[in-house]
Design a protein around this ligand. Structure first.
Ligand SMILES: [Zn+2]
Length: 403
């Protein structure tokens, strides 16, 4: 399932569902609210509610009928999702240009089917250019192909480029907003409604998606993003400013950092040289907070768990199979050392060392020294010469306590 129920907006969803069931939903809507609050999710939810087959029964969208299922996969032929894209290359004719822009849109739809929250063209200058607006206008004038209605979701409508070059396209679009064909619904979204062309604003009914209280976002972070530590979940929620999808981006980028840190630790341990271990450990401060090392250790533990699966001949049970497929499969983030695959026993010992380091971090031990000791243990295990201070043995704990 790709599309999802917008989180934490129950009151709004209930009002909308009853408006759809009672055929009171305005045909031209403007969904607005801050970045990351879930405008795309809500607009697509409205589209599903409008297309849900047993719509009159009340509880829409049912998420079970054929229509809802197609819509959830972004494959409903009468739900059209448009968004700003890079300016198209020059084309031989207007018709060719419009074809090219439609092809570009379909490429991006394929990406969104993989991940609804994928950031399209993050670094490019994008807009809803004239040719795209003409496509929307034409598609909206055609009868729906499967359902009784067609729904157009047009994202970031403030990026609609002023159309002085083609006033007739602009006028046709405004007319579409003002008097859509009886079967067409248009849902615009905008994070900056103040930047919308006034002619667009005045022709749509605004629908605000409000940011959520910090506690609600913290609950989302804990339940859906797997952040178990309450303080961390709340810190993320505060930084997200009430926007659940911004919280998701924050957690993802933190996760990216800890993945990279885990890779660096693993590479140093596999390298085995004191220099490599020293370099890796010196990235951590001697007097740091536990938050500095803990996420990297968590990521490292998952990585070792996958190595254990491979070593035990159960590669299909790995959580991140890409990393374990073979040398070069994950580029320089592969898990193999120069000496080939570490044996099962060695990985188990390394896991024990990570557990001990986690325990040390929990007692606020010096992150740099903890890392140095961890890497020493791990490389000894990988080199097949255990130090004797293995998993949770009193010696290891004793060394850690001494730090
Ligand atoms: Zn349905």
């Amino acid at each position: 399932m790709n599309a999802e129920r917008p989180w934490g907006q129950e009151d709004l969803l209930q009002r909308l569902a009853s408006a759809v069931a009672g055929r009171r939903l305005p045909q031209s809507l403007l969904v607005h609210g801050p970045e990351g609050v879930g405008k795309r999710s809500l607009a697509l939810w409205i589209a599903r509610a409008l297309q849900c087959e047993p719509a009159e029964a009340g509880d829409v969208p049912c998420e079970a009928c054929r229509s809802c299922r197609m819509a959830a996969r972004l494959e409903h032929p009468d739900i059209h999702l448009h968004f700003p894209m890079p300016r198209p290359k020059r084309a031989a004719s207007r018709a060719k240009l419009r074809e090219a822009i439609e092809a570009q849109r379909h490429e991006r739809l394929a990406l969104l089917r993989e991940d609804l929250h994928a950031r399209l063209d993050p670094d490019a200058v994008t807009g809803l250019y004239v040719a795209a607006v003409e496509n929307i206008r034409d598609q909206a004038s055609r009868r729906p192909s499967m359902a009784r209605r067609s729904v157009f979701v047009v994202e970031d409508a403030e990026r609609m480029v002023p159309q002085s070059a083609s006033p007739e396209a602009a006028n046709a679009f405004l007319k579409l907003l003002e008097e859509p064909p009886p079967f067409a619904y248009i849902v615009l979204t905008s994070g900056r409604p103040d930047a919308l062309l006034p002619t667009i604003r005045s022709r749509t009914v605004p629908l605000r998606v409000a940011p959520l209280p910090t506690e609600r976002v913290a609950a989302y972070v804990a339940e859906h993003l797997g952040v178990r530590d309450d303080d961390r979940a709340r810190a993320v929620a505060r930084r997200a400013g009430g926007a659940v999808y911004r919280a998701r981006t924050l957690v993802d980028s933190e996760a990216g950092e800890s993945e990279a840190a885990a890779d660096a630790l693993l590479a140093a341990a596999l390298d085995g040289s004191p220099q490599a271990r020293y370099r890796a450990a010196s990235r951590y401060s001697a007097r740091g907070a536990r938050g500095e090392l803990e996420p990297a250790l968590e990521a490292l533990r998952l990585r070792l768990r996958d190595m254990l699966c491979v070593a035990a001949g159960a590669a299909d049970a790995a959580l991140d199979p890409d990393r374990t497929k073979g040398p070069g499969a994950g580029g320089d983030r592969g898990v193999r050392g120069a000496g080939g695959e570490p044996a099962e026993g060695a990985v188990l010992e390394a896991l024990g060392a990570v557990d001990a380091a986690m325990e040390g971090v929990g007692r606020n031990l010096n992150p740099q020294a903890t890392t140095a000791l961890l890497l020493e243990e791990m490389s000894a295990a990988f080199a097949g010469r255990s130090t004797g201070r293995t998993a949770g043995t009193p010696q290891f704990a004793g060394v850690l306590r001494g730090l």
